[in-house]
Design a protein around this ligand. Structure first.
Ligand SMILES: Cc1ncc(COP(=O)(O)O)c(C=O)c1O
Length: 391
């Protein structure tokens, strides 16, 4: 069976360059990068190269890059680290949005249990935060504003530079979860104006279990853990050198191919949208078609239970998702689509298609050909009739 992977937002295939770099580091560079001797310095060199590559991908200085175990840890380090450092200065208010990934949402919820005041900003029907909502939410005691660069379920891009400027006017620190954008669109930390930025290896062709937090020089941040002096005292513990090597290699590949891949993947995504809207009555695109990352399309199929369609597609060899991988399987309706004000039916019938560097036009055409019949079959089982498609 032809297997078609359209779940890049959950995890992307590891690029051969990352496999090679990780394997080489695993077998040949086993020393502890903190050791003074030859073996240690060999491992240190691998880590330094990887840091240079990650920094180059996001327009940062290598000393500002802190390796973590992934996006979740980077988010935790940014949010808890800033909140702790700011508490001593009397700032105990944190602002996030209602559509953040659980790595952010559950972290700010934990802060609120520990005495922080948390404000969750609303989004409009297309999933975008209105900067004026931040302007009214921000207070003299705001420690941190955290707004994701692009949403993992609908792909909507936020006006991060504008939001960061508002945070800075109030003396607050600005963090962005850029897990879904780094490696997929051009990301420049200076242009974004953020103080902290999270990224994750496995979304951009590196192994799982590695990520990074970019920390602008001078940002006050308390570490999450106690231990050694690794990562300039920001993240103790012997570094995951092989995985970091993979991240470095994947970052280099992304930097070299991004300008060509971005538009190519966006065109395939648009081909999918157009094909689905033309072929499936009662289909509707969720999110903002004009302000999305290239590879993401979230589509509701009126009168269809999303899980049923996901399983039907899987039986045909097509892998998609009902939202974020963490919430799928729980049958909990997407907090993102609900925050966008979509009705229960539209939320329960939503599937996320996420494309990437390996996606081909042939694969998209196969999915577009398959969907009308699968949808009709599911609808006839539940006795649903539907109207025309909407954008
Ligand atoms: C927006 C966003 N933030 C954070 C994460 C968590 O990253 P990781 O899986 O590397 O912990 C994800 C992954 O699903 C994500 O999509």
């Amino acid at each position: 069976m032809m297997r078609i992977y359209l779940d890049y937002n959950a995890s992307a295939p590891v690029v051969p360059e990352a496999v090679a770099a990780t394997t080489a580091a695993l077998s040949d560079r086993f020393g502890n990068p903190s050791s003074v001797h030859y073996f240690g310095q060999q491992a240190r060199a691998v880590l330094d190269d990887a840091r240079d590559e990650v920094a180059a991908l996001i327009g940062a200085e290598p000393v500002e890059v802190v390796f973590t175990s992934g996006g979740t840890e980077a988010d935790n380090l940014a949010i808890r680290g800033v909140a702790e450092a700011a508490a001593s200065r009397g700032r105990r208010h944190v602002v996030a949005t209602a559509i953040e990934h659980e790595a952010v949402l559950h972290t700010v919820r934990e802060l609120s249990r520990r005495g922080c005041d948390v404000t969750l900003l609303p989004v409009d029907a297309s999933g975008i935060v209105d900067p004026s909502a931040l302007a009214s939410a921000i207070r003299p005691d705001t420690a941190l504003v955290t707004v994701m660069h692009a949403n993992n379920e609908v792909g909507t891009l936020q006006p991060v530079a504008e939001l960061a400027a508002l945070a800075h006017e109030a003396g607050a620190v600005f963090h962005t979860d850029a897990v879904q954008t780094v490696g997929r669109i051009a990301v420049d930390v200076r242009a974004l104006g953020a103080d902290l930025l999270s990224l994750s290896g496995h979304k951009l062709g590196a192994p799982k279990g590695i990520g990074a937090l970019w920390v602008r020089r001078g940002t006050k941040l308390a570490p999450l853990m106690t231990g050694g002096r690794q990562e300039r005292n920001r993240r103790p513990g012997t570094e995951n050198v092989p995985a970091a090597a993979g991240l470095g290699a994947a970052a280099r590949v992304a930097r070299n191919t991004l300008a060509e891949q971005g538009p190519r993947v966006a065109a395939l995504r648009d081909r999918l949208d157009a094909g689905v809207l033309a072929g499936v009555p009662g289909a509707a695109i969720n999110g903002n078609p004009a302000r999305r990352i290239p590879g993401t399309s979230n589509i509701s199929f009126e009168g269809v239970e999303a899980e049923a369609l996901l399983i039907a597609l899987d039986l045909e060899g097509v892998a998609v998702s009902t939202g974020s991988a963490c919430s799928s399987g729980t049958l909990e309706p997407s907090h993102v689509l609900r925050a966008m004000g979509l009705g229960a039916h539209r939320v329960q019938s939503a599937l996320r298609f996420s494309l990437g560097a390996g996606t081909t036009a042939e694969e998209i055409d196969r999915v577009v050909t398959l969907l009308p019949d699968l949808v009709t079959r599911i609808r006839s089982r539940s006795g649903r009739a539907v109207g025309p498609s909407r954008r």
